[in-house]
Design a protein around this ligand. Structure first.
Ligand SMILES: [Zn+2]
Length: 489
């Protein structure tokens, strides 16, 4: 039987600014999922990228006095550079304005929807928020402003291509209610269901070439229009798999994956849980199997879109505190739902926690090991709680991550670290010798090895350092190095 396949993506951000902590959170969450599945022996493909074909990017380039392609290239590089800053493990990174796989894929998707009879032209007038890159219904405005961006939308009247979203309400409900398309957390699923039950209006999927300043992918057969940036951007999840070329990656990683998971922020849930699945239904392609929705970070109490400066920039924070501390903060402090406020002292606290709890455990264990190794010996009575916690650890992590509950996984890991330190204090190895000392150290070495192993998806750098310190990358090798079969004197 072939291995299970897991395809995971992040949203692709606009590049009208520098990457901030909120997107770093999303990258780390998706990276944890990808690394965790690889660790469990699954075949994994992890995709990220940048949404280049946005009007927002055009406006930002104009404000900066730069040609759009040059501006977009420079900004996109900063996003791509997060791979090193955050120790990410993506397999692919798509830039929608230059990747040769993208436009043919978007065109194929367009033609498939057109062939299904779901695209038509009509005159339209509405309120457009460039921040959202979407038309807003008057009822969605708060005091005349976009609730997400706090800006007044612009009145736009033009002839556009529309997608018959209204046709797909029943099928969307069926997909979501049956759990074939899982949306988590639960209240986000309910939010989508009530939106769909409230009735779906067709939505515009093109812009005049003029209003788009000529930036974007021309509508197939209608060069006076460019493809709406969301239709374009959502397509990246399949265009990066060579959907346009009908290639093997698409068959393997979309059609052939057991799970197709999108990790996104709450602000774009409607695009991912309604528009995107409807486009795929129209095109006759499989839907994602799950959408994991995270909430937002504020920084020192301010919304990230508003707060500028170093406190929201992951690059200097990772340089100052280390990538492990930053990842650990994301994993340990960000709840499954509810916004959370970032402050630098919280990061310092998590860095200290790692050093004092985990670093100390590993250092003590290594310091206690006699130079000629130890012989395996039965665990002392004090080890019962620790061995029980270790036995359950991987199962608890699997369950937590299946539900996108990173914090529950981190809590389980940290309970084991705490229990191991408690065991050292209770067992007092510095007063022990002979078989009792070997028994204590056998338990401790195994605990450190297992903690490092399970820590790999969360803190890959720290895990590698611990494994190197324990003299191994492979637990079996480590055991043979530390637990010499040679008999004790
Ligand atoms: Zn908006």
């Amino acid at each position: 039987m072939s291995k299970r396949r897991f395809y995971v993506t992040t949203a692709i951000p606009y590049v009208n600014g520098d990457p901030h902590l909120g997107f770093a959170l999303e990258l780390v969450q998706a990276d944890v999922l990808a690394r965790h599945r690889r660790l469990r022996g699954e075949d994994v493909r992890f995709l990220s990228g940048t949404d280049d074909n946005s009007l927002k990017n055009v406006e930002a380039a104009e404000a900066a006095g730069q040609p759009v392609d040059e501006y977009v290239r420079e900004k996109a590089q900063r996003f791509a550079a997060l791979e090193g800053v955050l120790s990410l493990s993506y397999d692919d990174f798509i830039r929608t304005s230059v990747d040769p796989r993208h436009a043919p894929g978007v065109e194929r998707l367009w033609r498939a929807c057109a062939a299904a009879g779901d695209l038509y032209e009509r005159d339209y007038e509405g309120l457009y928020c460039t921040g959202c890159e979407a038309f807003l219904a008057p009822g969605e405005l708060v005091d005349g402003l976009c609730p997400e961006h706090g800006e007044p939308p612009e009145r736009v009247a033009e002839r556009n291509w529309f997608f018959r979203l209204s046709r797909y309400a029943d099928r969307l409900l069926e997909e979501i209610e049956s759990g074939r398309l899982r949306i988590t957390p639960e209240h986000r699923r309910n939010e989508v269901l009530s939106f769909v039950r409230g009735g779906l209006a067709d939505f515009s999927v093109s812009r005049s070439r003029e209003r788009a300043r000529g930036w974007g992918i021309p509508v197939p057969g209608d060069p006076s229009q460019v493809v709406y940036v969301w239709f374009d951007a959502l397509g990246n999840y399949v265009t990066a798999l060579d959907y346009g070329g009908g290639g093997e990656p698409y068959r393997t990683w979309w059609e052939g994956a057991g799970e197709r998971v999108h990790v996104i922020g709450k602000g774009i849930i409607r695009f991912h849980a309604v528009y995107w699945p409807a486009i795929l239904l129209s095109a006759g392609e499989p839907l994602p199997t799950a959408i994991f929705v995270h909430d937002y970070l504020t920084v020192d109490g301010s919304k990230l879109s508003k707060s500028a400066g170093a406190n929201a920039d992951p690059v200097p924070l990772a340089a100052r505190y280390g990538v492990d501390a930053l990842r650990w903060w994301f994993i340990r402090d960000v709840p499954r739902s509810g916004d959370v406020d970032f402050r630098e002292e919280l990061l310092a606290a998590r860095a200290n926690e790692l050093a004092n709890g985990l670093g100390n455990l590993v250092n003590r264990t290594i310091a206690l090991l006699p130079p000629n190794g130890i012989a395996p010996a039965p665990p002392p009575d004090e080890a019962a709680a620790l061995t029980a916690a270790l036995a359950h650890l991987s199962g608890v992590i699997d369950e937590a991550l299946a539900d996108a509950d990173y914090r529950a996984a981190a809590d389980a890991l940290w309970e084991v670290v705490t229990e191991a330190n408690r065991f050292v204090s209770a067992a007092r190895p510095w007063e022990a010798d002979g078989e009792r000392l070997d028994g204590i150290l056998t338990v401790l070495v195994e605990a450190c090895e297992q903690i490092a192993h399970e820590l790999r998806p969360f803190l890959p750098d720290a895990a590698a350092r611990i494994e190197a310190a324990l003299g191994c990358r492979d637990p079996e090798l480590g055991r043979s190095l530390f637990l010499k079969a040679a008999t004790r004197a």
